[in-house]
Design a protein around this ligand. Sequence first.
Ligand SMILES: [Fe+2]
Length: 364
Amino acid sequence: MAHAEEEMSIPTVDLADLVDADRGTRERAAKTIVEGFGRYGLIYVANHGVDFELRDRLFDRFVALTERSADAKEALNRGDLWFQRGWTPPNTERAVVAGGQPDFKECFFAAPIPTDPACAIEHPQVYAENVWPDDLEGFEEDYVRLGRQLHEAGLSLLSGVALALSLPSRTFERKLDGGAHVFRLLRYLPVNEAQLAEGVVWGEEHTDFNVLTLLPGGRFHDPDGAPCERPDAGSGLYLRTRGGQKVRGVAPPGCIVAQVGQQLEILTGGELLATPHVITAPRTPGYTRVSGAHFLHLHAHEMVFPLERFRTPATLEAYRPPVLAGTYAIKTLVDIGLAPPEAIDGLGYRHYGRLADARASEEA
Ligand SMILES: [Fe+2]
């Protein structure tokens, strides 16, 4: 019963403990965060400040958006922004390692926190203005409000990480300030018998490339579209621990999930671990699932490299060379199929053709 034991021991952290008057309580909570992030790459979070009624209302509005005509949704398809804003059509994003099928989901992306305007000229796709659907009452307001609640919970957890690792308390908050934090809504699509036979999954196994991801929970819908319980034991979010075991990522009632992304793993030299996760589809056709994920990112000018105290021969070998977070994002968005491969050309000099042309005209 190794699975059940692992599932049982993923820790829950109460955010109120991180601001408790008693220093010992604060330190214990901080230590629990780092233990959970170190061993499993995730923790459950209580007293997180995320309003579940707001979440459910936003899910309802998002489902209404997904039920709009193909033309209406296509008007929000911002492939020119590498899908970092607006609606993402199905079969767009692709996991790097698992690599097979593109994810069977449609999504919406928006930034709930103001981003650094100076970055918009440097990274026009990742730091783009939000785009919103017309005539979807309350969608933008609820979206931004829920995204901000998740963001605040994430910053609290990162202050706990800093405390447990004996770093200045605002170490991570400073590095994240003004970053292109993005809150995403997702709808995993109904699968048919043929896809089930092929073993289709909703979202292939991958690690997130940002610092920290906050998951407010999700909701299944039956083939008639009514919210329902999990249709079978195998469907939903699964995570892989440091030991390689897959465990189901289901938060205790009232809690949310926080998981480590690649950038936090790299900053801590692997002390904390980016969590591989997969979203499996039910074994019965016709079910869908809506969920959300808020991604906290480093500011584009921050370096993705182990912090000084985590630099050892082994971590340097594993994580060099240092890369600007803005550059790191471009590379990853190409890897997962959201940005075009040519975006990589922008990471170095791309005007060699000028010399080639000059030499050709000289010879002519
Ligand atoms: Fe993910």
